[in-house]
Each structure stands twice: as C-alpha cells, then as structure tokens.
Design a protein around this ligand. Structure first.
Ligand code: UDX
Ligand code: UDX
Length: 459
C-alpha cells in the first residue's frame, strides 16, 4: 500500500515514542517510522514490553505497529525516505564548560541536524519536537543550509505539551497544538503541512500557529509557569505549617478564583520530572545571556524553592524523629516523580533517599512501576537500600513511612494492618497529602502532612 507521507521521528524516548504512536494510530494513511541511536531501545519498542510505561500506550502501539508504525535503528535510511522529520532527541542540562549545570546541551540536536544534512537527497520539513532555547531553529537553519547540495529544508517548532502518566489522553485531546514557523511563503507552506497532520484528529481551533521564536519560547515559559505554581503553593505550605492554616483549604480557596483556576495547586515534596528544572535553568541561562539578570533571578527562585521543599521534608523527618535517623528504618512509598509512570528522572525521591542515607537511616523502597529505575538511580549506594514490590512487606519493621508518589494504591491500603507490623512510635510523612490523616492518627500513627498541622500522640 502506498502511503501519503513518510514521517520520521529521531529519538524514541518518552516524547518521540508516544507522539508518533498517536500520529500512526490516528492517521493510517501516513507511514510513521521512529529511529534511535540506541538499538536496545528500538528492540524494546518492537517487543512485548515497551521501554516506557504510559497508560494506554501499549494498546495504540500494538494496533499500529507493523501497519504504519515502525521502530528502526536505520537512521540514514529513515532520513532519506522521510518527507517530514520530527527531532525529539534529548536536550539535557549541560554538565561541562560554559553554562554547566544550567544551559541546555544542544550537541545531540546539532549532530542530528548534520546527519540529516549529510544523507538527505530530497526536500524535507524538519520539526523541532524537543524543547530548546529560543533561536535554536536559527542555528539549525544555518547548519542545514551550510552546504550547497541543493536540498531545501524548512524548520518548524512544534513543542510537545503532554505530561507523563496522562500522555496518551493529552496527545489525543490536547489543550492546544502549537506550530511555529518562519513567516515566509515557504515557512507558511511547511506549517500548513504540519497543521494538516494534526487536523486528522485535533479540532482546528486548537491548532495554533505563531512565529517560530514565540513557539520556542512558549514551551519553556509554559513549563516555567507550571513549575512556578507548584513552588508558590509549596512556599505557602511552609507558612501553613507555622501558622495552623491548612494548605488544602488555602489551595481550594484560591483555586476557586476563576482567574487563577484550581489545577496544579497540590502541595508536595517538590516537583520532579525531566523537564521543569532543566527548562527553567535553560530559561535562566538565556536571560543571563541577554543581560536580564533580574528576570533570571526571578525564575531561578522557582528552582530554589523546590530544592528548599525537598530539604525541608528531610529536616522535618529528622527533627520529629528525635533528631536522629541513624539505624531508623524508613520506607518510601513510591519512587516515580509522579503517579502512573515508571519514570524517576529528577524524582524528589532520589534526593530524599540520598539525604536519608547520609543520616544513616536504613531505606526500604517500594513502587508499583519504578523499581527498576529506582535501582539504577541508587546503584552507587546499593546494599544500603532494600527494594520491595509489596508495600505491606516493605513497611514491616519500619519506624516511618514517607509517601513520595501519589499512587492511588497507597490511599487504599489497610493501614491498621501496616501499623501493627511497624516499630513504635510509628510515623507517617505524607509528602503528597493523599492519605486520610485523621484515620491514621486514630490508628496510632504520628502523622506529618505537607502544609497542615501534624497529628501526634506526643504531649
Ligand atoms: C527529550 C528531552 O528530554 C526533552 O527536552 C525534549 O523536549 C524531548 O526529548 P524524552 O523523550 O523524555 O525528552 O527524552 P528521552 O526519553 O531521553 O529520549 C531521547 C531519545 O533520543 C533517547 O532514546 C536517545 O537514545 C535518543 N537519541 C539521543 C538519539 O536517537 N540520537 C541522539 O543523537 C541522541
Ligand atoms: C510537564 C508538563 O506538565 C508538560 O506540559 C510538559 O510537556 C512536560 O513537563 P510532566 O513533567 O510529565 O509534564 O508532569 P507534570 O504533571 O507536569 O508534573 C511535574 C511534577 O510536578 C511532578 O513531580 C508532579 O508530582 C509535580 N506536581 C504537579 C506537584 O507537585 N503538584 C501539582 O499540583 C502538580
């Protein structure tokens, strides 16, 4: 069967894999190929166990795979055959040289652009799916057009806004799809081609177009605003703990103001995930490069509060457990950076684990999906940590439970049974405010939520 278009995605990660699966699922008329430099990742995408866990992903991959969705490690061939190339390689924070610890590391994108240029024999649209500093597209244009082989490339920016755990729903019913282009006749034609792809399932009014720099910036700023909201509510949670105000009530009250809205107001141990910190730091670095030091300091504060929140959680545990954690057995409920994912990148649980180990606590970690990643994250301190699939077993003999991830299963557990198996006094630190604190207190636990008065049996 002939396909209307050949779509390629370079980078089979959390963004590239699900996004392409959705395009293939919604558009059987296109041939969608996903390539990656990591052959193991490709093999996993072709196997019965996909390399990432995302609710609903298995179903759409299995439906489209082999029909019009293909995972391959033949990158050059993929490039040559493609009409449209999405690039979704990673853009981690640079860990060397100028901007180390702040700037986005663009080496993978640049290498990919050079490879596209070297092997392309026909005109192509190149789509930035990864998140970049503003004006990356300009650098890419310069690289792609630096030889006179006559091949034309048009660059578009099409950042992805899906969140992990709800990725498939977000891809199927996005709030908006953003496509930034050059405002030249060729740029607008390329833009329309990408609009046409999304229009297969996304209502036209949700597909918004802009100039390419606005598109690049909007992605960074969206993440910065979301993270800022979490840091704001977390900052207020610390004040609640000092004043007997209750963060859940405060969040509900401010969220009822339609100008503010009620989403993203859950106080927590802090935000994690591969994007927020990296993107804010990239924004901060960019502001500094343009001499906007005050603006940089403003956004940097969002990350600072997040770090503070994580440390505050640990110090609260230390203080309330009689100022020593040495040899205390602490069970972490959850390790993923949020529920419904196995992803642990930048998970606050990593920081909390390391700090608790520094205090010489014994750690037991349980999580329904993230134990493999947790073991890899803590490989250097193996032997000091026990991993347990069953949360009931994990809690046996522990002094404290600390909820790190808001998995539904934890709220539904039989805590009376758990209490009986724990050392006394038994503590619960609810880093996600998902448990019934009054009930736990009645059972005998000393309960420490985020942003609410603790419930303790101590006089
Ligand atoms: C990544 C970035 O983190 C994010 O900023 C960006 O918006 C989208 O891409 P994610 O999909 O979560 O997000 O990253 P990851 O799961 O690490 O996937 C990137 C993939 O690209 C990896 O599978 C890696 O092997 C692949 N890759 C990397 C290439 O195929 N070629 C390269 O040169 C580099
Ligand atoms: C984020 C953006 O939401 C998404 O649009 C972008 O494409 C990628 O980055 P993601 O990191 O996958 O998505 O998850 P998100 O739901 O945003 O959660 C990020 C972190 O914030 C998690 O650690 C989560 O637990 C935390 N969070 C979220 C809170 O602590 N409180 C909240 O109210 C919401």
């Amino acid at each position: 069967m002939g396909f209307e278009k050949n779509i390629l995605c370079i980078g089979a990660g959390y963004v590239g894999g699900p996004t392409m699966a959705m395009i293939a699922h919604k558009c059987p008329q296109y041939r969608v190929t996903v390539v990656d430099i990591n052959p193991k990742r490709i093999a996993a995408w072709n196997s019965g166990t996909l390399p990432i866990y995302e609710p609903g992903l298995d179903e759409i991959v299995k439906e489209a795979r082999g029909r019009n969705l293909f995972f391959s490690d033949r990158i050059d061939q993929g490039i040559q055959e493609a009409d449209i190339i999405f690039v979704s390689v990673n853009t981690p924070t640079k860990d060397f040289g100028a901007g180390a610890g702040m700037a986005a590391d663009l080496q993978y994108w640049e290498k990919t652009a050079r490879q596209i240029r070297e092997v392309s024999r026909s005109q192509k649209i190149i789509v930035e799916k990864s998140t970049f500093p503003v004006k990356t597209a300009l650098a890419m244009e310069r690289i792609l057009t630096a030889t006179a082989n006559g091949v034309r490339f048009d660059i578009l920016s099409n950042p992805e806004f899906m969140a992990e755990g709800t990725g498939i729903r977000d891809l199927e019913y996005p709030d908006r799809v953003l496509i930034g282009s050059r405002e030249t006749p060729e740029g607008l034609t390329a833009r329309d081609e990408l609009v046409e792809i999304y229009a297969n399932w996304v209502p036209q009014e949700r597909i918004i177009t802009s100039n390419i720099w606005s598109s690049e910036l909007s992605k960074l700023v969206s993440n910065a605003f979301l993270a800022q909201r979490i840091s704001s509510i977390n900052a207020v949670s610390s004040l609640c703990e000092k004043t007997e105000a209750d963060i859940t009530e405060v969040a509900r009250i401010i969220g009822m103001d339609s100008r503010l809205g009620d989403k993203f107001l859950n106080a927590s141990i802090g935000f994690g995930g591969s994007c927020f910190k990296k993107d804010i730091l990239s924004l901060v670095y960019m502001c500094r490069q343009y001499g906007l030091d005050e603006v940089a300091a403003y956004w940097e504060g969002v990350v600072r509060i997040n770090d503070y929140q994580k440390e505050r959680f640990v110090l609260n545990m230390l203080e309330t457990m009689f100022n020593t954690l040495a040899a205390k057995r602490i069970c972490l409920f959850g390790f993923a950076f949020k529920a419904n994912t196995g992803d642990t990148r930048e998970s606050p649980a990593i920081y909390v684990s390391r700090r608790l180990l520094e205090e010489r606590a014994e750690l037991v970690i349980t999580d329904p999906r993230a134990l493999v990643n947790a073991e890899a994250d803590l490989a250097d301190v193996q032997g000091q940590v026990t991993f347990a699939e069953d949360p009931y077993e994990a809690a046996v003999g522990c002094d404290a439970i600390a909820v790190m991830t808001e998995w539904d299963i934890y709220a539904a557990m039989d805590f009376t049974r758990i209490y009986e198996t724990m050392r006394k006094p038994a503590f619960i630190f609810d880093g996600r405010n998902i448990l019934n604190h009054e009930d736990l207190f009645t059972m005998g636990f000393n309960v420490f939520p985020i942003g609410k008065p603790p419930l303790t049996h101590f006089c």
